[in-house]
Design a protein around this ligand. Structure first.
Ligand SMILES: NC(=O)c1ccc[n+]([C@@H]2O[C@H](COP(=O)([O-])OP(=O)(O)OC[C@H]3O[C@@H](n4cnc5c(N)ncnc54)[C@H](O)[C@@H]3O)[C@@H](O)[C@H]2O)c1
Length: 355
């Protein structure tokens, strides 16, 4: 008997992604699963209730009915107050959690006593297969958004990232040459910007250097980051220590030293951010100015492109959703690595050590 799966409508502001698209639901139903989908859950991603019904889902009218019927809740973003009211100790929760940056949620999940598995810490062969698709999207969205914030009309420096004839090219600095960093680098490089990337991993630095002649990879030392930031138009934060709070690599003084009107997009904000002056924002009010620098700390960057993001996320999580619903958690090292909270206790080693 498979666990009954529930797909709620996301309620975080401006979050239009859905965890499972109709084609993924059809796969689960084909394997004998039962899927409940909240009315309108896929609407902003371009999937209507009728498509879910055709795929074999039961569409329910309210979040209350959805949480009541399901044994396993598969959503995109971490639960917020109204979700928490509906979660039960016997629920299995599978979604992004980012608990290192959200102690209040960590305590709430411990108190509930349920089993919480975080997409971002599911680990297979040294990689993070459920974070990867969203990091790919976030890296691209970060550059696409920053191009706009660099416009003078938006409070930016008034430059084109690629420059123009008889002008300097824009200077982009990227902290972290993993998935999000690499996709940001590719997008900025394609526009013609000059890019400096910092990482601790020499293999990652070698890989990004080979992406193009306008990309320089440097070892992540504070002195070099400070020096490069003085001429940086756009800073992208994309570091990660899995499960742990992001290391703070950029101090307020270093931000003060950046050119007036330059832009920071800290993708790592979901793990607390790697810049001292960054704080979480959402798409209602994505930016603020501090020390003369435009800051963007949107915690759900892929939410800007829910159609693309939902399809990419749904494809990545589908095999894991099936394993969980079939009760195969204990035989999956990848899923076991994803357990953050169980029976009222914090389980993930990085969360325990950062507590
Ligand atoms: N804001 C959003 O909407 C959003 C969306 C997707 C991902 N993210 C976040 O983006 C961040 C990056 O994710 P990823 O998938 O690219 O991770 P990743 O593991 O692929 O890459 C992280 C990189 O950071 C490097 N790193 C670690 N410590 C460093 C340091 N001190 N200096 C320089 N580099 C360092 C690692 O070596 C690695 O190459 C994560 O926090 C992730 O949760 C945010």
């Amino acid at each position: 008997m498979m666990l009954k799966i529930g797909v709620p409508k996301e309620i975080k502001p401006m979050e239009g992604r859905v965890s499972l698209v109709p084609s993924a639901v059809a796969e689960i139903v084909h394997k004998g699963g039962l899927v409940y989908v909240e009315k309108g859950a896929g609407e902003q991603s371009g999937f209507d209730d009728q498509q879910y019904r055709k795929a074999g889902a039961t569409v329910v009218d309210s979040a209350d009915a959805l949480f009541a019927a399901a044994e396993m809740i598969v959503k995109v973003k971490e639960p917020i107050a109204d979700d928490l009211k509906r979660l039960r100790p016997d629920h299995l929760l599978f979604c992004f959690l980012h608990l290192a940056a959200n102690k209040a949620l960590l305590e709430a999940l411990k108190k509930l006593g349920l089993l919480a598995i975080a997409f971002e810490t599911v680990e297979s062969k040294g990689s993070l297969p459920l974070l990867m698709p969203m990091s790919e999207v976030a890296g691209r969205v970060a550059i696409q958004s920053a191009v706009h914030w660099l416009h003078a009309s938006m409070g930016g420096r008034g430059i084109l990232l690629g420059g123009a004839t008889a002008t300097e090219r824009g200077q982009v600095t990227v902290l972290g040459a993993g998935t999000a960093g690499t996709f940001a680098i590719k997008e900025a490089a394609a526009m013609g910007a000059n890019i400096t990337v910092f990482d601790l991993n020499p293999d990652a630095l070698r890989r990004v250097r080979e992406l193009g002649p306008n990309i320089t990879g440097l070892y992540s030392s504070q002195g070099d980051i400070e020096r490069v930031l003085k001429t940086t138009d756009l800073l992208i934060g994309a570091v990660l220590v899995p499960g742990a709070a992001a290391p703070k690599l950029v101090t307020r003084d270093m931000v003060k030293g950046m050119p007036e009107g330059s832009v920071i997009v800290d993708i790592a904000i979901d793990q607390g951010g790697c810049v001292e002056t960054i704080r979480p924002t959402d798409y209602h009010q994505p930016t603020y100015v501090e020390e003369g620098v435009v800051h963007m700390g949107v915690t759900n960057l892929p939410g800007a492109v829910p159609r693309t993001s939902s399809e990419a996320l749904s494809a990545a999580i589908l095999p894991y959703v099936v394993q969980l619903a079939q009760g195969k958690l204990s035989s999956s090292p990848a899923l076991k690595a994803g357990i953050n909270v169980e029976n009222g206790k914090v389980v993930h080693p990085a969360l325990i050590s950062s507590a």
